[in-house]
Ligand binder design. Sequence first.
Ligand code: MN9
Length: 291
Amino acid sequence: MDKAKFKGVFSALLTPYTTDDKINGKSVKQIIDFNLAKGINGFYVGGSTGEGMLLTVEERKQLFKYAAESNAGRGTMIAHVGTINTNHAIDMAKYAQDMGYDAISAVAPFYYGFSYEAIKGYYNDIANSVDIPMIMYNFPNANGFQFNKERAEDMFKNKKFIGIKHTTSDLFALQQFKTMECDPLVYNGFDEILVAGLSMGADGGIGSTYNFMPQKYVDMYRLFNEGDIKQAQKIQYEANEIITMLIKYGVFATEKGILEEMGIEMGGCRKPFTELSAEGKAYCKQLVKKL
Ligand code: MN9
């Protein structure tokens, strides 16, 4: 298993729509080209940022197809197939494998408060349905599933599991995963703490704000690895000033507003997300002049 291609900075790809609310393949290509040109290592497709839970299974597959075709073997591709229905997730995992994805990933099933045994069964069912590896998506705020080193050691007995996308601020837990015998790949999931995550052992980051400011994350990762922590921290602070505003106006809608302002047709976010406010739009306009 070649882990090298899974290290680095990955954009959690936003899902752009056409004016008639279809997945916008042309814009997918524009985002991917822009990100790769800046040095992004690959893409995490159809996750939280990609509004995966707001798309139909068919739309998610279509998004996988557009992204794989646009990427054309350049970056490392991870398909997020997580959902509450195991059969749907398996269907998407198989499709992603056919489309040439390097790995699949899945959030734990939500809503019913499933037992640990049920969640483990879901992960094994999905992982065993394909030959490509699985990256566990740890996002406790979204599903309440408490994932820790003990559970990871149990689940990672299945050798299909190679990594964890760690979307929590618990950096002690992140470091504990790195002490596991199988040495999983661990990704920092909150962009606002990438440098902190790297310093606790993360192998890279996956994030939504990478879509429109990829250079900042490419630079943070490079500077960190060169040992220039002060400079990496400076860029993190710059990014965080922007992220603070995104949180104020709505993260994904504002990210889309920024890319739209940069000339890529994005559309808004699927309902029940609300539209970007006039104030949010004004912020996007003003920010793009400075980026
Ligand atoms: O995929 C994103 N996670 C979520 C990563 O949105 C749940 C992050 O990139 C955040 O959007 C970002 C802003 O809080 O860190």
